[in-house]
Ligand binder design. Structure first.
Ligand code: FAD
Length: 575
């Protein structure tokens, strides 16, 4: 079995996701779970094979950048070749529904593929990761005409997409968007400039623009923003007013083109309703956030595997450095960070999938009794709350883990890690961006805080409590009790944040860390129950993270907004 198809992936594919419910809700009586699950495994094995085959060429081509030739963006050869292989296997845009010629792969499978691609080359993943999100946004919010026109082309890989949000003055704050949409009869025309657009040379741009009619009134807010599909080539075959004006040079993910785009009276087609573009874009971004979490997990896997091999081979003081206690502790810590992030990601994906399947079941009117319908609707709501909290946490954890694991991998290589050709150095350069795009880490923890403020902890902890109370094996139960204790400490601390919003914001990262600790702790225990070889992993996560949780909760409880004044005073020492 390829290293790309690790034991944890198989565990979720075979045991830790309730595929029976998933397929029966999604397909009704026509489902044959064993056949369907085997098909998913086959898809993953194909992706694993392509990625492991292409890994040497992708790593060797790491420095090669996409180029702007005239108005065309040209991928480096190693990126193009791998994209062609993925396209031949039907693996460019994963979630397109079968009625539009897609595979409609579950989020779990799609994100594991992205993780594999990222392990081979994070730049390629950045291009590919967008495709599912763009297509699924059209699928969710576009008109039937738009869907028929574009989705089969996304599914076949004939067209690719980009997500055009960022402008020089509008980064984290999308309320500052100035790109203007002007309505002319029943048509819409877009004028403005976007920057940092991944895959900007593609055919289909999903553009967030401000409605001309309410431009001045809505300025500075996310109201009045609408999402448009802006093709480079119009349905008439004419060229639309979309041009790439520049490609950026970057610290990493060189194979992924990052473009400045100019729109000049470019015709756009509504995706969703006027003024509801931010909502539609958030849906794409949430999808993409799980993708970037998977990107982090993939990069971290690559760095850990290279570092482990090096540590086993490199001898100092008469033994492999992997045997030095400090190095052993570092390698174990890296593994914990990776597996904790993976656990959060896979559970978030499983919940997204369950809700997608429930939506299908609810849409098939006749099969459900009234009470079944009420029960499913309630489960959908609870899952939705959990997804809204787990998504930013998974993005935050997966990408920060990639940053720290790749940095540790450099340290394990000593001086070699700092050489220009260092493989782990390249992985670290790639990892940095994951904590920035699709919403920075600060934005993710602020989103998590917002969900907690809306009461998400009650729903998430209720589900965790139910799971933790099912462990009967004394070893697992003892660990589960520690997680339950941690949850009580969090509830005690979270209350003290309600008093002051700025103090809550200041503590958002700590709160995200402790909440992620208990969710991942419970998930790792489920893994240990399914595969006892993973018990030490779960126990070590719980013992390390619960000590950290205790001190963070104590600090949150004892503090107040005065800490902001203290921070100002400390920063002023630099003046
Ligand atoms: C390689 C690359 C590819 C990209 N691809 C795309 C793409 O395809 N499409 C697209 O639209 N955009 C894309 N982006 C843009 C990316 O999403 C933004 O760079 C990102 O959202 C951050 O915005 P900013 O760079 O303006 O930073 P700013 O928003 O100016 O943030 C600077 C710093 O301030 C912090 N900060 C800002 N606000 C707050 C707050 N309220 N609380 C706490 N901290 C805060 C941030 O966390 C960050 O650390 C890409 C960027 C890069 C570098």
């Amino acid at each position: 079995m390829s290293a790309y198809m690790g034991a944890a992936v198989l565990l979720y594919l075979q045991e830790l996701i309730d595929w029976d419910s998933y397929f029966s809700w999604r397909k009704g009586e026509s489902s044959d779970v064993e056949v369907d699950r085997a098909a998913l495994q086959e898809v993953l094995e194909t992706a694993a094979q392509i990625c492991s085959e292409m890994e040497p060429a992708l790593r060797a081509g790491w420095y090669e950048c996409a180029k702007l030739e005239g108005d065309e963006v040209v991928y480096p050869p190693h990126i193009k070749e791998t994209l062609d292989k993925l396209r031949d296997a039907g693996l460019i845009s994963f979630g397109v529904e079968e009625q539009y010629d897609g595979f409609e792969l579950p989020s779990f499978v799609a994100n594991v593929i992205l993780q594999m691609v990222s392990r081979a080359d994070a730049g390629l993943m950045t291009i590919l990761g967008l495709q599912a999100g763009v297509a699924e946004d059209i699928q969710k919010f576009g008109s039937e005409e738009l869907k028929r026109a574009y989705l089969p082309r996304f599914a076949s890989g004939e067209v690719m997409g980009a997500m055009d949000l960022t402008e020089p003055q509008a980064g984290s704050d999308l309320g500052a968007i100035q790109t203007r949409a002007t309505k002319d009869g029943e048509r819409y025309f877009i004028d403005g400039d976007k920057i940092f657009i991944t895959n900007g040379g593609c055919e289909i741009h999903l553009v967030l623009a401000r409605d001309g009619d309410t431009y001045d009134q809505s300025k500075g807010t996310t109201k009045g923003l609408t999402l448009y599909l802006v093709p480079r080539t119009l349905p008439s075959g004419e060229r639309n007013g979309v041009s790439v004006t520049r490609l950026e040079e970057k610290l990493g993910i060189h194979g992924s083109p990052t473009a400045a785009i100019h729109f000049e009276r470019a015709e756009g087609f509504l995706v969703g309703n006027e003024g509801e573009g931010f909502k539609a874009m958030l849906s794409l971004m949430n999808n993409a956030r799980l993708g970037v979490a998977a990107q982090g997990v993939g990069i971290a896997e690559a760095a850990l595997s290279v570092a482990l091999q090096y540590a086993r081979d490199r001898v100092q003081f008469g033994r492999a450095i992997a045997e030095q206690p400090l190095m052993k502790d570092r390698l174990a810590k890296m593994t914990l960070e990776l597996e904790g992030s993976r656990a959060l990601l896979y559970r978030a994906c499983a919940l997204v999938d369950q809700n997608h399947a429930i939506e299908n079941a609810l849409a098939r009117e006749r099969e459900l009794s009234a009470s079944e319908r009420v029960e499913l609707e309630a489960l959908f709501e609870r899952n939705d709350t959990r997804i809204r909290l787990l998504t930013p946490l998974a993005k935050y954890m997966g990408t920060e883990a990639a940053d720290s694991i790749t940095r540790d991998a450099i340290q394990i290589h000593g001086g070699l890690g700092f050489m220009a050709e260092s493989e782990v150095g390249k992985l670290h350069s790639d990892a940095i961006i994951t904590t920035i795009y699709e919403g920075t880490s600060e934005i993710q923890v602020s989103f998590a805080l917002k969900e907690i403020g809306r009461g998400a902890l009650t729903v998430v902890f209720e589900a965790l409590e139910q799971e933790l109370k099912t462990f009967e094996d004394p070893k697992l139960k003892a660990q589960a009790d520690k997680v339950l204790e941690g949850m009580n400490l969090i509830l005690g601390a979270a209350g003290s944040l309600l008093a002051d919003f700025n103090y809550a914001l200041m503590s958002a990262q700590s709160l995200a860390e402790v909440v992620a600790s208990v969710i991942a702790g419970a998930e790792l225990l489920k893994q240990a129950k399914a595969d006892p070889r993973r018990f030490d992993l779960a126990a070590s996560w719980i013992s390390r993270r619960m000590v950290d949780l205790e001190s963070r909760c104590k600090r949150i409880k004892e503090g107040s907004v005065d800490r902001l004044d203290r921070a100002s005073a400390i920063i002023a020492l630099n003046d």
